[in-house]
Design a protein around this ligand. Structure first.
Ligand code: HEM
Length: 326
């Protein structure tokens, strides 16, 4: 009885301490990292993003994707933003050639440098912008942990080997996520990011014209949808853009799961979510319950993704310009 009372007191004291001191998580990130050093940081990011979204909402997709591509190569440390110098950078790797919106990141950075020079990292900017574009497209909000610092290395080969291709099967997808500490649930939840944005025909045209090298189509893609897609992507057309979630590609909603459930997911990697019992059950659940838990789940998984391989404390640096090391 006495021992359990002692334990209870200790627990209460620890709980109190965690409120008083704003304890950082194991990676050294915390919500409100800039509260004292740059109190308006998050408001400044949101203002620039909202302005950009009001004139160019189609940048919401690439800006969300940019945070994902940053985190999956070397961790969330801003390496995707660096320009090539003596060595070719991630930016120049094929999967990153379709990223857009770097000018929005630069605009956010210069507004932050004006308000609090040398304080807010480019990797944190990517995480905050990803949240703010989702909110601007009527999606969920979540509390972004901050305190990341920026890396000094960016290498094209690392992007080519670490970014998962759209042809990945479920085994490859699960292992790619697992290697970065993300679960099967995170995989199916974060794939829901494909509710926003567009894809080049080249990312899925083999499913329409030459799936196994014999001029055939992908049997996992709805034949009626194949006919529609063939109208938009003629054979050999790599560059036309197709809405990934037709009709609502500028709205963050759960309709991605309805599409995947109807065998209308654009990539092999989207269709693959029907090849595992856990991911399939999630797709069906969100499709039949109008996304009952998707919004909440997405925030949770984005926070987890934002923790991959971060640099904190005295590692890395706070870049002055996001495309250049200091
Ligand atoms: C699971 C593995 C994933 C694969 C294989 C994959 C692959 C792709 C590909 C090939 C494109 C089209 C690029 C183009 O042709 O322009 C794309 C677009 C996109 N992806 Fe993913 N993706 C994955 C996961 C994610 C995640 C985790 C997110 C974010 C949470 C995300 C967000 C997006 C967005 C928003 C777009 C649209 C970009 C735009 O509008 O330009 N993807 N993805």
């Amino acid at each position: 009885m006495v021992a359990s009372k002692g334990f209870y007191c200790l627990f209460l004291q620890l709980l109190l301490l965690s409120f008083v001191f704003d304890v950082a998580n194991s990676q050294g990130l915390k919500v409100g990292f800039y509260r004292k050093t740059c109190p308006n940081a998050e408001a400044i990011v949101k203002k620039v993003v909202d302005q950009a979204m009001s004139v160019a909402p189609s940048l919401s997709g690439p800006l969300l994707r940019m945070h994902f591509h940053d985190c999956f190569v070397r961790g969330c440390e801003g390496s995707v933003l660096l320009n090539s110098s003596t060595q070719q950078a991630e930016k120049d790797a094929f999967p990153n050639l379709s990223l857009r919106g770097y000018q929005v990141i630069d605009r956010v950075k210069s507004a932050l440098e004006k308000a609090c020079p040398g304080v807010v990292s480019c990797s944190d900017i990517l995480a905050l912008v990803a949240r703010d574009v989702v909110v601007a497209m009527k999606g969920p909000s979540w509390k972004v942990e901050t305190g990341r610092r920026d890396g000094r290395v960016s290498n094209i080969t690392e992007a080519l080997t670490n970014l998962i291709p759209p042809t990945a099967n479920i085994t490859q997808l699960k292992s790619g996520f697992q290697q970065r500490g993300l679960s099967v649930k995170d995989l199916v939840v974060l794939s829901g990011g494909h509710t926003l944005g567009t894809s080049h025909c080249s990312s899925f045209s083999s499913r329409l014209y030459n799936f196994t090298g014999k001029g055939d189509t992908d049997p996992d893609l709805d034949p009626k949808y194949i006919a529609k897609l063939k109208n938009k992507c003629k054979q050999g057309d790599a560059n036309s853009l197709v809405e990934m979630d037709p009709g609502s590609f500028k709205t963050f909603d759960e309709s991605y799961y309805t599409l995947v459930g109807k065998r209308r997911g654009l990539f092999v990697s989207d269709a693959a979510l029907l090849d595992d019992s856990e991911t399939k059950a999630y797709v069906k659940l969100q499709a039949t319950t109008h996304g009952s838990t998707f919004f909440e789940d997405f925030g949770v998984s984005m926070i987890k993704m934002g923790r991959i391989g971060v640099l904190t404390g005295s590692s890395g640096e706070i870049r002055k310009e996001c495309a250049l090391v200091n």
